[in-house]
Design a protein around this ligand. Structure first.
Ligand SMILES: Nc1ncnc2c1ncn2[C@@H]1O[C@H](COP(=O)(O)OP(=O)(O)OP(=O)(O)O)[C@@H](O)[C@H]1O
Length: 467
């Protein structure tokens, strides 16, 4: 029996992600202005669905650039395979024909897309003065992607901002699919992620999109030594699927003839080592902003709902700042420890708010004005489908408390899979204390990143794993 005897759990939580051949970030990937590609008569073009590929209707003016394996971009980068995609970009593994080194090439949708902003922010962060201000003897800048080259590509869908960076193994969410990181690795990953965020905050930036799909792990240096043939012997040929139109008509130039499915270069969570954790890299600065000079409102927040700070839901017209990162970081740390979501991704807004209240003991802590908004009647909310959901707290099943969830959904699985190890009693209390501090409903009551760094769990368990 573990630390906590759960008598109140009425249902499971921490639903596993849906199974895709190549699971990608699907919940927030589609900018709302995209529906379908259009032909010359402006009728939508539909394509047959390809599991694991990006949304093909985004191959239209204003959207993705059509890229295929073997293409040579910018007279320099030979496309080897695909690494991933989001709503704003496709990411490719390419070989730099000048240096013979591998790079990850991020190519934005056309127009004012994320890569253009990202390169500016990343350069500012890397350019800032010599030592990390986070202390702990770690230069946290190495946990941020370094921009090697930035350029534009013009194509049938417009002009696309691109940049190259070091390729990584893939994101932590993919690594974790139904697996667990060994205890020491989980501590080190959490510590390195906190240090990366501390560095960004110390330089005046909010990341704005913290979740495990944006947390990558560097590849070992031996990767660089492989030729493309050796690479394909080890990881296989690129997996491509012909793209076909539902109406059977031929392709336009806006869309590639084949979709390339993303390749996961990484290992399974249980095979991660402390060296992997040292190589953690926080990526995707497309939503990042300077807290002092830029305004970002709750309504602008694009982070998946289950990771989104509650003020963005309940006070969408208020400015977001560092505390919203702390909330998302709290959910990410939880996920690293147990590889389960603390708040389930597959639920409605309504149900997610119910979870926040139950898991965090909202009866006392949930702000009264938010509760009023949340519990308003169905009639009141029907015209405001996209604002705060309706639903009274009574007459619903309750989600388990934080302590109970940790026992049921983190420790229990760790005990089952003995190889990964479990967290001891004292450490568990320290973890829960930290998570509670990071997940305070009110942003002004939430821990700052300095307080997170000084918390008992960070000082006694997590940071020492990085030494
Ligand atoms: N340097 C890299 N090395 C390996 N894979 C990468 C790299 N950068 C990104 N990826 C992969 O591509 C995916 C999408 O990248 P990214 O989040 O930067 O795209 P995006 O369009 O900005 O996403 P979003 O829709 O979340 O804004 C990541 O989750 C990761 O799996």
């Amino acid at each position: 029996m573990g630390l906590f005897h759960c008598v109140t759990c009425t249902r499971g939580m921490g639903i596993l992600p849906c199974v895709h051949a190549n699971p990608q970030h699907l919940s927030s990937v589609v900018p709302s202005r995209f529906q379908f590609s259009t032909n010359s008569h402006n009728a939508p073009i539909e394509y047959h669905w390809i599991d694991g590929a990006e949304r093909l209707h985004l191959y239209e003016p204003g959207g993705y650039h059509p890229v295929m394996v073997n293409d040579l971009l910018h007279n320099r980068y030979r496309i080897v395979d695909k690494l991933g995609f989001g709503g704003y970009a496709t990411i490719w593994l390419a070989q730099d024909e000048r240096t013979k080194r591998y790079v990850a090439l991020k190519m934005g949708i056309s127009g004012p897309s994320a890569p253009r902003r990202e390169t500016g922010i990343l350069k500012a962060l890397h350019g800032s003065s010599s030592v990390s201000q986070t202390g702990f003897g770690v230069d946290a800048r190495d946990a941020l992607p370094k921009v090697h080259d930035a350029f534009e590509i013009r194509g049938p869908n417009g002009t696309h901002a691109c940049y190259t960076m070091t390729p990584a193994q893939g994101n932590l969410r993919e690594a974790s699919f139904s697996r667990l990181f060994p205890v020491r690795v989980a501590r080190a990953l959490a510590a390195k992620l906190v240090l990366a965020v501390a560095f960004i905050h110390s330089r005046g930036y909010v990341h704005g999109d913290l979740h495990l799909r944006n947390v990558l792990v560097k590849l070992p240096s031996t990767f660089e030594e492989m030729s493309i043939t050796q690479f394909q012997d080890k990881f296989g040929e690129p997996e491509t699927v012909p793209i076909t139109r539902v109406d059977g008509k031929p392709h336009t130039t806006h869309v590639p003839t084949e979709a390339t499915l993303p390749l996961y270069l990484g290992k399974k969570a249980q095979d991660f080592t402390l060296a992997d954790a040292h190589g953690l890299m926080l990526s995707d600065f497309g939503e990042a902003f300077s807290a002092a000079t830029e305004q970002r409102f709750g309504t602008d927040c694009k982070i998946p709902l289950a990771k989104r700070a509650p003020e963005a839901l309940f006070e969408p017209d208020e400015l977001m700042s560092y505390p919203s990162d702390i909330w998302s970081l709290g959910t990410a740390v939880w996920e690293i420890l147990g590889m389960k979501f603390i708040f389930s991704e597959s639920e409605t807004r309504d149900e997610i708010v119910a979870q926040l209240i139950d898991v965090l003991g909202g009866a006392q802590n949930f702000p009264q004005n938010w509760r009023k908004l949340w519990e308003r009647s169905y009639e009141d909310s029907i015209d405001a489908a996209d604002t705060i959901p309706r639903k009274p707290t009574e007459e619903r099943e309750e989600w388990p408390s934080l302590e109970c969830a940790f026992e049921e959904f983190v420790q229990k699985y760790r005990r089952k899979l003995e190889v990964t190890g479990i967290f001891g009693e004292e450490e568990t209390w320290a973890i829960l204390e930290l998570i509670r501090g990071m997940l305070k409903f009110r942003p002004e009551e939430r821990m700052t990143i300095e307080e997170v760094l000084r918390s008992k769990w960070m000082v006694d368990w997590a940071l020492p794993e990085l030494e």
